[in-house]
Design a protein around this ligand. Structure first.
Ligand SMILES: [Ca+2]
Ligand SMILES: [Ca+2]
Length: 113
C-alpha cells in the first residue's frame, strides 16, 4: 500500500497509468495470495480489505462488504478471484482512497471556514 501516494493526488493517475497500475496489481496479488495458489479466496480478500481499511483509517469491512467486493470482480462467478479479475479489486480500492481524500478535503475546507 506504500506505493500509493499518501496524499491521494496520484490515485487517479495511477489507475490510468497502465504499466504502474499493472505493477501494483502484481505486487498486491502476491501479497494478498497468502497460500500462493494463484487464487484469492474470500478469507484472503477479507484479510486484504481489513489491512487496507486499517492503513487508510476506514471503517472495518463487514462480511457483506467483502462479498460485494468479491462479486463485483468475480467475472466468471467462480466464487474466488484469479489474477485477471484482481485489477477490478485494486481499482475499486484506489477509488475508495480517492473518495476518502476528497471527503477529507471537503471536511477540512468546511472546518476551515
Ligand atoms: Ca490463495
Ligand atoms: Ca473468479
Amino acid at each position: 500500500m506504500e506505493l500509493i501516494d499518501e496524499q491521494g493526488q496520484n490515485v487517479l493517475k495511477l489507475i490510468q497509468d497502465e504499466s504502474k497500475f499493472s505493477d501494483l496489481v502484481d505486487i498486491l496479488f502476491t501479497k494478498t495470495d497468502l497460500n500462493g495458489d494463484g487464487i484469492i479466496d474470500y478469507k484472503e480478500l477479507k484479510k486484504m480489505l481489513e489491512l487496507f481499511s486499517e492503513h487508510y483509517s476506514l471503517p472495518k469491512p463487514l462480511g457483506v462488504h467483502v462479498r460485494l467486493a468479491l462479486q463485483a470482480a468475480d467475472i466468471d462467478k467462480s466464487g474466488d478471484i484469479t489474477k485477471n479479475e484482481f485489477p477490478t479489486i485494486v481499482e475499486n480500492c484506489l477509488r475508495i482512497i480517492q473518495h476518502k481524500f476528497d471527503e477529507d478535503y471537503i471536511n477540512n475546507s468546511i472546518l476551515a471556514k
